[in-house]
Unconditional design. Sequence first.
Length: 260
Amino acid sequence: MWIDTHAHLTAEAFDADRPAVLERARLAGVGQVICIGDDAASSRAGVELAEASSGVYAAVGIHPHSADEADDEALAVIERLAGEGKVAAIGETGLDYHYDHAPRAAQQEAFRRHIRLARRVGLPLVVHNRKADKDVLRLLEEEGAAEVGGVLHCFWSGAETALRALELGFFLGVGGPVTFKSADELRAVLRALPADRLLVETDAPYLAPVPYRGRRNEPAYAAEAGRALAELLGMPEEELAAQTTANARRLFSRLGSDTL
């Protein structure tokens, strides 16, 4: 069984066929999916979807693109939602210095507040990092994120960042980019990392793997990313599926036994 540890199931792209998307994931061998929140509204919708769907769990948070919205009221909503039983993590939070949709100072303050919240409620973090390696690691260290751990989602940084993240007790999320022709450097970094610190994800509906690149991504394709990663690491597919599932359960302690 694979676990898709990062999918935006409440995105508009899935409004027309969400039940069919989950059924295709089940048929592809994906047993559980963590639905990621981008803001207070999508976090609430993700919790509702998780409560109504076997095998679906939620992460609640405010994406760095929306860091300006991470005020006291919005974060109070996130904290209330974090108390729900099928909420497995705090996020998506972090820093994005590629698009800079929100001022960097606002992103950093929102990130700090998410880390503090994660520590208060005892949940791991789902961290977005785009061209912000130094500040992401610095803030994780300064705010004591090692206490709860988490995952650097859609990991596509260098070996130094990977090793520092592992030292903080973080996992690295691997999805569609591991199949991209342009990702030789990423594959070189991943090949040198221990399999017991890797997670499989899709970031659906974004970043579909080869041979689906350019189309809508969906949780079923976690299996494609997993197969590519297994080949890269020289592991049997079944062994890596079991390993990454065990990794996800170790990090996300609220994951239950229910499946899609």
